[in-house]
Design a protein around this ligand. Structure first.
Ligand SMILES: Cc1cc2nc3c(=O)[nH]c(=O)nc-3n(C[C@H](O)[C@H](O)[C@H](O)COP(=O)(O)OP(=O)(O)OC[C@H]3O[C@@H](n4cnc5c(N)ncnc54)[C@H](O)[C@@H]3O)c2cc1C
Length: 393
């Protein structure tokens, strides 16, 4: 899924909007030719199952239409009238409600322009400037209430074979109690997905990894009334000695989430599940890995060499190189980061070994040439083995 900046790409068009479009003579163009019918809701449950819910027994439907397309068609329609002139990039600064006088700033040049009208209609949106002027007058009631929820728009692209990734004739909904996600289909077979959520939960999604985890996480809570911690949530084999440690850290993380969400359980529990899930899964995997390490790897010379190298690197690179066991046992680095760091360390050491191998090979080749040595290799093919003998003449 990709994040799409800006306001929603598509809109659900129903009978009232269609009536307006019909009056303007563009209903067929917008709804019938361009719109995608959504005959019901498709509800996606947390366990991955989905069920459809028709809007109407008679088969009536709503349509997904592109916001930009609707704007463009309506503007083109308006331009067809000889008495209509369109002025773009003019910001209304002030107006005289009784006289119909207006002052604009041209947003491109900064120039101020004035105009007068027989009728001034303020269609300047939720933060209307015209409304602000009206509010200065008596008898205008006004109430504004900000809800602690925001939204983020995302996109599910078409499949590689150019098809919709989900059944198209639905408004898809992922209801999750205090937040939800919806998806409307687009003409190009993509989906515009909108995630509506309390800001506090948005604020916990600080990295792409946490966001992915938020979508994938298996929750440890149900609603705002129940939660599992410790072994109830993530029982593991005992070989890392982390079961109780991890359970205690669960409490610390829960406390952090409660602080972040102002003690609102409905927000803190999903935030906790989302944050903790990948780390709990990581320590479950690490505990099993440590079983292999304890029963087998500790005898391996390569493992022991690696351990010595780890210790050496942690001395010469303090704070930058920490062996896995230390990260898990002596730090509060998230368990999932410990695994990621170990993978990075393995890669660095692997590359260093390759570079050293090539360098040693080159040095030996140069030394061999200088000594005038010839290498002859015999294969023991008759015996069917791959053993080779190297003779130095
Ligand atoms: C995420 C989201 C999804 C939505 N989905 C739907 C849906 O599915 N179906 C539906 O019916 N509705 C939907 N809506 C609501 C819908 O978008 C609005 O109700 C609709 O756009 C309002 O239209 P409007 O013309 O009144 O205001 P706006 O669309 O806000 O247009 C106002 C215009 O005035 C301009 N303007 C503002 N201030 C000034 C100024 N000082 N000077 C000059 N120009 C100015 C703005 O630039 C803008 O062009 C949704 C809204 C959101 C946020």
């Amino acid at each position: 899924m990709e994040h799409v900046p800006g306001r929603s790409i598509n809109l659900a068009m129903s009978v009232r909007g269609r009536t307006g479009l019909r009056a303007a003579g563009v209903e067929t163009q917008i709804v019938e030719r361009h719109g995608i019918a959504m005959r019901g809701r498709m509800i996606h449950a947390p366990d991955g199952t989905s069920r459809s819910m028709p809007y109407n027994r008679e088969g009536k439907c709503i349509y997904s239409v592109g916001r930009r397309f609707v704007n463009e068609v309506l503007l083109s329609r308006a331009e067809e009238f000889p008495n209509v002139t369109l002025h773009f990039n003019h910001k209304l600064e002030s107006c005289d409600l009784e006289r119909g006088g207006m002052t604009f700033t041209k947003t491109v040049t900064g120039e101020k322009v004035t105009a007068e009208a027989d009728l001034m209609i303020g269609c300047d949106g939720a933060f209307s400037n015209v409304r602000k002027h009206m509010l200065k007058r008596p008898h205008f009631n006004y109430k504004q209430e900000y809800i602690p929820h925001g939204y983020m728009e995302l996109c599910i692209p078409a499949t590689p074979d150019g098809e919709f990734a989900m059944p198209p004739n639905y408004l898809h909904i992922w209801p999750r109690g205090h937040y939800m996600m919806i998806a409307l289909p687009n003409q190009d077979k993509s989906w515009t997905v909108t995630l509506f959520m309390p800001f506090n939960i948005f604020h916990t999604l600080t990295t792409p990894e946490i966001l992915i985890d938020f979508f994938q996480c298996s929750p440890y809570h149900v609603g705002s009334k129940s939660l599992i911690l410790g072994d109830a949530a993530h029982a593991m084999v005992p070989f890392y000695g982390q079961g109780m440690n991890c359970g205690m850290e669960d409490c610390v993380v829960l406390d952090e989430m409660l602080d972040l969400c102002g003690d609102d359980l409905a927000m803190a529990l999903p935030a906790y599940s989302s944050k903790r899930n990948k780390d709990a899964e990581a320590i479950v995997d690490l505990a099993m890995y440590n079983y292999v390490e304890m029963r087998d790897l500790v005898n391996s010379p390569l493992f022991l060499l690696r351990k010595k190298l780890d210790d050496f690197l942690s001395v010469i690179l303090p704070g930058r190189w920490q062996p896995l066991y230390s990260m898990v046992t002596f730090s509060r680095r998230p368990y999932s980061s410990c695994i990621a760091d170990k993978a990075w360390q393995d890669k660095v050491i692997g590359q260093a070994c390759r570079v050293m191998g090539v360098a040693c090979g080159a040095v030996m080749a140069v030394a061999g040439m200088q000594a005038g040595l010839k290498l002859r290799v015999h294969g023991d093919d008759e015996l069917g083995t791959s053993a080779h003998q190297v003779e130095i003449e």
